[in-house]
Design a protein around this ligand. Structure first.
Ligand code: PAF
Length: 289
């Protein structure tokens, strides 16, 4: 496996003419990332293609009060894991390589999508993500890029960027990987104490409860999600949002109109902000118990 730090070293790989499947990460890899690598590999291995991962903690996508400094950096361990999982190339640039001068050209996704949910609580987040991902895309020139569905809105925003900017890249979303208890894997789980790791399961449990209420009651969606939000608050979470939205555009969904739903949630446990989601498909409007 090649570990590359500069754009000059990357160029022969980008221009090699071989198919490339790309997995962008911020490092501190866990089984969720390794699943993305596995999916990427499967996409190109039969065609003698290359699996390329990036490791870069993108300062632009952290607000000043967020955890940029604290974000775990474990490059050696990450490279060992990537190598063991058959990754061919790791691009791990320093900030001075990616941002040799202030990044004044940015990719700004539309407010209708990017100012909702995560974008509302993390202003500028999706502009920063699109900007860095677009830079990686033009440096690596992948045929396929793989993203986790845990960051549901991020995946939607990237799909839109690629479509509207006519980037010839196939975007693949991979279902969220969970631990044996159902907790969505995340590098931010490292911030949690043992007790908080158990408590963190309450977030997914609330999403399951929302799905149950969607399927088995006639309650309107806003009542279902506000109850979920209240329950989490009562249990000691600081809730940013629990929302039932349309999978297509992430705007609020309504009972009787929408069937392809996703419940998106973000909440803080102590100082750690966690996100999770659950897709829900309504096939019938008749409640059953
Ligand atoms: O999902 C992430 O880890 C990041 O947002 C990404 C896509 C690597 C961009 O920095």
């Amino acid at each position: 496996m090649k570990i590359i730090k500069t754009i000059a070293e990357l160029e022969p790989i980008a221009g090699s003419g071989r198919k490339k499947a790309f997995v962008p990460t911020m490092g501190n890899l866990h089984a969720g990332h390794l699943k993305l690598i596995e999916v990427a590999k499967r996409r190109v291995s039969s065609q003698n293609g290359l699996t390329v991962a990036s490791i870069f903690v993108n300062r632009l996508q952290f607000a000043p009060h967020e955890d940029f400094d604290q974000y775990p950096r474990t490059l050696d361990q990450d490279c060992e894991l990537l190598e063991a999982h058959g990754c061919d190339v790791v691009f791990a640039p320093d900030e001075s390589v990616l941002y040799p001068s202030p990044q004044t050209v940015r990719v700004i996704p539309p407010t209708e999508l990017a100012d909702l949910w995560e974008g509302h609580f993390r202003p500028g987040f999706f502009t920063a993500v699109c900007t860095v991902v677009a830079k990686f895309f033009s440096m690596i020139r992948p045929d396929v890029a793989v993203f986790g569905q845990k960051d549901y809105q991020q995946l939607k925003v990237i799909e839109l960027m690629v479509r509207q900017l006519n980037m010839p890249i196939q975007i693949i979303g991979v279902p969220t990987q969970r631990n044996e208890s159902g907790l969505a894997l995340s590098s931010r789980n490292n911030y949690l104490s043992q007790a908080q790791i158990l408590k963190a399961l309450e977030l997914q449990a609330q999403l399951q409860k929302v799905a149950h209420d969607v399927h088995h009651t006639t309650l309107d969606f806003a009542s279902i999600t506000s109850k979920a939000s209240q329950d989490l608050t009562q249990k000691g979470w600081q809730v940013d949002y629990v929302s039932l939205v349309k999978q297509s555009d992430l705007t609020l969904a309504h009972r009787g109109q929408d069937k392809q739903l996703v419940c998106l949630a973000a909440a803080k446990l102590g100082n750690t902000r966690l996100i999770d989601n659950l897709e829900i498909t309504l096939t019938t409007e008749v409640p059953s118990t």
